[in-house]
Ligand binder design. Structure first.
Ligand SMILES: [Mn+2]
Length: 255
C-alpha cells in the first residue's frame, strides 16, 4: 500500500461556487469563505438558490456537475489529491464515478448526517442532494457514466435516514463504521458533509441533532489520513462564519 512513509502528494483545493441543488445561499458562500482562508481558488459563479425539483436541478446543473467531476479528473491526472469544496452534496453524482474510474480500489467514506441514498422512487422531498449517493452508485440514472459499487461505501455519522432509503442501504451492502480501523491500509475518497457535526456547532439546512463534535470529527480524519491513502476529498455545507473551526477539522485531509 501507499502509506504515510511516502511523501504526501500535493493537494489541489478548489471551491466550486455554481449551484447544483442548493436550497439556500449559505453553502456556496461557505465554500468561498473556506477557500479564501485556505488560500485556494474558487471557480464558477454564485447563483440564486431555490427549492428545485430533482429533475430540474439535474438538468439545470449539468454544467456544474460536469465541472465538479472534471476538477477531480484533472487533479488525479496530474498526480495530485483533489479537495473540492462545494455547497451541496449533489456534486457526488459526478465526482464519485470519476473516482471509481481512476481508482476502482478506493473506498468511499461517506461522512454526513444523511445517507443521500434516496431514489426517484423513494424520495419524499424531491431533493437532488438527498439522492446523490444513490445516483453515484447507479441505483438510478443520473445521465453520468460510471458508478461506485455500494459495497465499497462506508458511512460514519449518518443518523437521518428515511424508510425506503434504509432498505436500499441495507440491501446494497453499504457499511457503517464507528472509527477508522476497518479502513486501515486502504485507499479512501472522503465525502464530508459538515452537517455531520452537531447543528449546535455547525448550523445546517437539514439539521439532524446528535451530531459529532469538531474534536471527534478531526480525530476520525486524522486516523484516516494516518492509516489510509487519501485519494481525494469533497467538503460540503460549510456555513459562513465557521471557517476557522472547519479548517481545523479538515486539516488532516490537507496535510
Ligand atoms: Mn447531509
Amino acid at each position: 500500500m501507499e502509506g504515510p512513509l511516502k511523501p504526501a502528494r500535493p493537494r489541489r483545493i478548489v471551491a466550486l461556487l455554481c449551484r447544483t441543488s442548493d436550497r439556500g445561499p449559505e453553502g456556496a458562500r461557505g465554500a468561498a469563505e473556506l477557500a479564501e482562508l485556505l488560500d485556494a481558488r474558487s471557480i464558477g459563479s454564485l447563483s440564486d438558490p431555490h427549492d428545485g425539483a430533482f429533475r430540474e436541478d439535474l438538468r439545470d446543473s449539468h454544467g456544474c456537475l460536469l465541472e465538479a467531476g472534471g476538477q477531480i479528473d484533472d487533479a488525479l491526472d496530474a498526480g495530485e489529491v483533489p479537495v473540492l469544496l462545494a455547497g451541496d452534496c449533489s456534486i457526488a453524482i459526478s465526482t464519485l464515478p470519476v473516482i471509481a474510474r481512476h481508482r476502482p480500489d478506493a473506498h468511499v467514506l461517506w461522512i454526513d448526517a444523511h445517507g443521500d441514498f434516496n431514489t426517484p422512487a423513494t424520495t419524499s422531498s424531491d431533493y437532488l442532494g438527498g439522492m446523490s449517493l444513490a445516483g453515484a452508485c447507479g441505483l438510478w440514472n443520473t445521465g453520468f457514466e460510471g458508478a461506485v459499487d455500494p459495497a465499497r461505501v462506508v458511512m460514519h455519522g449518518v443518523r437521518d435516514v428515511q424508510g425506503g432509503e434504509r432498505v436500499a442501504l441495507d440491501t446494497r451492502g453499504v457499511h457503517v463504521i464507528g472509527d477508522a480501523r476497518p479502513l486501515a491500509g486502504h485507499a479512501v475518497f472522503v465525502h464530508l458533509d459538515l452537517d455531520v457535526l452537531d447543528p449546535q456547532v455547525m448550523p445546517a439546512r437539514f439539521p439532524a441533532p446528535g451530531g459529532l463534535t469538531p474534536t471527534a470529527l478531526r480525530r476520525l480524519l486524522a486516523d484516516v489520513a494516518g492509516t489510509c491513502e487519501i485519494v481525494g476529498a469533497e467538503v460540503t455545507s460549510h456555513v459562513p462564519g465557521h471557517s476557522e473551526m472547519a479548517a481545523d477539522v479538515i486539516a488532516p485531509l490537507l496535510a
